[in-house]
Ligand binder design. Structure first.
Ligand SMILES: Cc1cc2nc3c(=O)[nH]c(=O)nc-3n(C[C@H](O)[C@H](O)[C@H](O)COP(=O)(O)OP(=O)(O)OC[C@H]3O[C@@H](n4cnc5c(N)ncnc54)[C@H](O)[C@@H]3O)c2cc1C
Length: 479
């Protein structure tokens, strides 16, 4: 237990004043009503951040006249939306390019100052990029996993830290939409996130890392009576935490056997939630806005705890989450490698060492390094774009640990290749690469973060190797 505050019944919950804009809280109540009882309405309306959300509906069904409810939601319609025409990918990638080029002008400053680029986030919201994985009727750009991967690869070429930060929101949203039950309540949720340009932050990592196969989190959800739970713990490295509207916190259910984890849905202003700023002064990806989160006995309605599942089970929802995460991570770090390649290429064509007749592009060492870099980038792209296309076309072919291994391989190959590319080109550029005024040193630092995202190299090798040999990762003894 991380805190000794005790809440024993609903009467212990402090009554908070109603926010001035009841609408949003009402909408949240609607969104979460599948998890809530009528009596919880007061609680939720009292604690949620008052922000207006345009375009959101209050009721679902024929009685509601809002834009999203005019569209009748049918399962077939949701599925059809996942087929994205090629020109849609291209439009979103073009937008990613424009935003990336704009963000590149601020990247060095935010990296140097260790500040989150909130103006970049504002642009991502304004242009709809923050909802790119949602259909247009929910305020999105109508992209799917392939669109996300292509767009993130391009955005990261401008500002990798912004790309990795928004990636944490986008992969979660994309997977949630993919796994949705196609209900009106979920439509309200996606409408609020899409039209309302709200940001989701996901927190899994803890001081003890995130490395186990059957994760047992120190952050715990404890049942208190029939209607409430307590959330206690400390999460680390949560991207964009200061700017998030909703936190999705992965935690372990107390006294549940077999070991079970779930996701706690925690709105930003929930009492007991503390965003610890300045906890991310890092080597790379400095402008990602990562913060630690402290939960001091946060009280939640029991039904705000969603997706309870036995730890270590690889079902279709787990596969979906891995697919959206690993493939987009692969793309972001390859984007850094591409940016480094392009900068080094321009440099090599122009730079002449004293006494040489031609630029360093004519040195065999440079040419061999570029050959290797090009091959590594091409290998990564072929792998993750191919797997993304396979996944979109036939998601059911990704099953269990072998399906997971196929997905994890993209992240493993791409993040390691990206590091190798930047290292090779750093050597080609020479000492100019060390200067702060040039971006090579930032690429060198940013690209290293790729290995930190779960799953690490060690676990990827174990998963992929065991899957190849037909051995489960859960087999004991492990080695
Ligand atoms: C830019 C950036 C943004 C991030 N954003 C978020 C975010 O939004 N939300 C979030 O929750 N996290 C986030 N993270 C955290 C990140 O995804 C990792 O989970 C975190 O860094 C912990 O990884 P780790 O490998 O260091 O941890 P650990 O699990 O402590 O691993 C430490 C070492 O032990 C090894 N190891 C661990 N377990 C095993 C095992 N079972 N077998 C063999 N070796 C093992 C690992 O390979 C590693 O070398 C972010 C990180 C970065 C860099």
């Amino acid at each position: 237990m991380k805190a000794n505050t005790t809440v024993t019944s609903r009467s212990d919950i402090t009554p908070f004043a109603l926010g001035s804009e009841f609408l949003r809280a009402q909408d949240y109540y609607n969104m979460f009503s599948r998890f809530l009882r009528e009596g919880d309405r007061e609680f939720w309306t009292s604690v949620l951040a008052p922000q207006s959300v345009e375009g959101i509906h209050l009721r679902s069904g024929p009685g509601c006249n809002c834009a999203s409810c005019k569209v009748r939601i049918r399962r077939e319609a949701w599925i059809n939306e996942r087929t994205v025409p090629a020109e849609r990918h291209d439009q979103v990638v073009t937008l990613a390019g424009q935003l990336g080029d704009e963000f590149a002008t601020r990247a060095a400053e935010h990296d140097c100052d260790n500040t989150f680029a909130s103006e970049n986030l504002a642009r991502l919201k304004e242009t709809g990029y923050s909802a790119l994985v949602l259909p247009e009727r929910f305020g999105g750009l109508g992209g799917n996993l392939e669109t996300l991967v292509r767009a993130q690869e391009r955005l990261a070429q401008g500002c990798a830290a912004t790309a990795i930060a928004i990636n944490m929101h986008l992969f979660t949203l994309g997977s949630m939409y993919e796994c949705a039950n196609h209900s009106a309540i979920e439509a309200a949720f996606f409408s609020a996130i899409g039209h309302g340009r709200q940001i989701i932050a996901g927190a899994q990592t803890e001081p003890g890392g995130s490395g186990g196969w059957k994760e047992r989190y120190e952050t715990e959800i404890e049942k208190v009576g029939d209607r409430c739970v307590l959330l206690r713990g400390l999460k680390r490295f949560t991207s964009m935490a200061e700017h998030a509207d909703v936190f999705l916190i992965v935690a372990t259910l107390v006294d549940k056997s077999p070991l079970t984890n779930a996701v706690a849905v925690v709105p930003r202003r929930m009492p007991g939630l503390r965003v610890i700023k300045d906890s991310w002064d890092s080597l790379g990806m400095r402008a990602a806005g990562n913060c630690d989160l402290q939960f001091d006995a946060v009280v939640l309605p029991a039904k705000a705890i969603i997706d309870p599942r036995e730890a270590g089970v690889i079902d279709s929802m787990a596969i979906s989450s891995y697919a959206w995460f690993d493939l987009s991570i692969a793309a972001v770090y390859t984007g850094v490698a591409i940016a480094a390649r392009d900068w080094a290429k321009a440099f090599a064509r122009n730079h002449r060492t004293s006494g040489a007749a031609r630029s360093i592009a004519y040195l065999p060492g440079s040419q061999f390094a570029f050959a290797e870099a090009e091959a590594l980038i091409a290998q990564s792209r072929a792998l993750y774009l191919g797997v993304a296309a396979d996944y979109v076309r036939d998601r059911d072919s990704f099953q269990g640990e072998s399906g997971w291994a196929r997905i994890a391989m993209t992240k493993y190959v791409a993040t390691n290749n990206a590091i190798r590319v930047v290292d090779l080109l750093l050597e080609v550029v020479g000492s100019e690469a060390m200067l702060r005024k040039n971006p090579m040193q930032r690429y060198f630092r940013d690209v290293r973060a790729g290995l930190n995202h779960t799953i690490s190299n060690a676990r990827a090798r174990e998963l992929i190797g065991k899957a190849a040999l037909g051995i489960s990762v859960h087999e004991l003894p492990r080695w």
